[in-house]
Ligand binder design. Structure first.
Ligand code: TUI
Length: 314
């Protein structure tokens, strides 16, 4: 299966790995790129030195293209925006905001930018700013979420722009991939399933929680502060949900409650205080596999589904 996304990014299979904060490092990114997809290093909240080092490590581990995800709410966003130019990273994805301020610099440096968009208005704006493609991410995804579902958002974004569209949110297997292609996407971005990849260095407790999760085991918190986040139901997230709208909770208390929680989940596997970001599709993820196995299985199933669906067409 070759799509426009493959020629755009110089990859064999139209699968992007999500830029998961505290999780998506050089080792995971290189493994996904070596498997024929596009691995992505998360710049998360870290400073420029961390990113530079991770890019160097990825280059040791793969000759294939890989990308960097820039989280636009990061306190170091200006510095990491410069690092990707200096390091000549070929592909960037952005999340949790609009990349307007940086687009000129990136496109002038020849970087292909694929912003994550939660609406058609933002998709159009990103196209105007010079994006090579957009990632339509539905609220089924883990982490920072928009309001629309992948099912509703993807075809509307496809109709709103002329650049290619990648679908994300709620996709973890070949059925989801085939569905995304049916909606007009030219590829998918997958996070939750790669979190349990053998090459993913996240704490083993985190992987176990994903492998055990059921369909109804995630919830969204953080709407009150304007950045809703989907995570697994745990003491942390239930506790947050409990105090979020209480009349005696101020915004500083909420901010303080969440500080460090992503790191505690990813690095310490802290079942009490950690925030385990995960998508609604976690219930479908049942097995730790290598990135190669994950990519191959998804591709094989997607092709099978797409072929079998022609039986409805005549
Ligand atoms: O960015 C993500 N997922 C994330 S980022 C993250 S780390 C974080 N830490 C603290 C607070 C919030 C997040 C964990 N997971 N996905 C891409 C994404 N981008 N989803 C939704 C958006 C988005 C939302 C609003 C993109 C643009 C946007 O623009 C509106 C605005 O007002 O900026």
């Amino acid at each position: 299966m070759k799509t426009e996304l493959c020629s755009l990014l110089g990859i064999e299979k139209p699968i992007l790995q999500g830029g998961m904060a505290w999780i998506a490092d050089a080792r995971l990114a290189a493994a996904v790129s070596n498997a024929g997809g596009l691995g992505i290093i998360s710049a998360m909240n870290a400073g420029p030195d961390y990113l530079r080092e991770q890019i160097g490590q990825a280059r040791q581990l793969t000759d294939k293209p890989f990308g960097v995800n820039i989280m636009l709410m990061s306190p170091h966003v200006d510095a990491v925006a410069q690092v990707v130019i200096e390091e000549q990273v070929p592909v960037l994805t952005t999340g949790a905001g609009l990349p307007s301020k940086y687009m000129k610099g990136w496109t002038a440096a020849g970087i292909k930018v694929l912003p994550v968009v939660p609406s058609t208005a933002m998709a159009k704006m990103c196209q105007r700013l010079g994006a090579s493609a957009v990632i339509a991410e539905g609220g089924e995804s883990g982490g920072h979420v928009g309001d629309l579902t992948t099912m509703a958002l993807t075809p509307q974004v496809v109709d709103a722009v002329t650049i290619p569209v990648v679908a994300a949110g709620g996709i973890a297997d070949g059925r989801g991939m085939a569905a995304a292609l049916a909606l007009g996407a030219v590829g998918v971005q997958i996070g939750t399933r790669f979190l349990v990849a053998t090459e993913c260095g996240v704490h083993p407790n985190y992987k176990q929680k994903i492998l055990k999760a059921r369909d109804i085991d995630t919830l969204v918190t953080g709407r009150r502060l304007g950045h809703p986040v989907r995570s697994l139901k745990t003491p942390f997230s239930r506790g947050y949900a409990e105090i979020e709208y209480a009349s005696d909770t101020d915004e500083e208390t909420l901010e303080a409650y969440a500080v460090g929680a992503l790191r505690l989940a990813a690095q310490e596997g802290d079942a009490e205080k950690g925030c385990f970001l995960a998508g609604q599709i976690a219930g479908l993820v049942k097995q730790e596999q290598s990135a190669q196995e994950i990519v191959d299985e998804i591709m094989e199933q997607a092709v099978k589904v797409l072929c079998s669906m022609s039986r409805y067409a005549n």
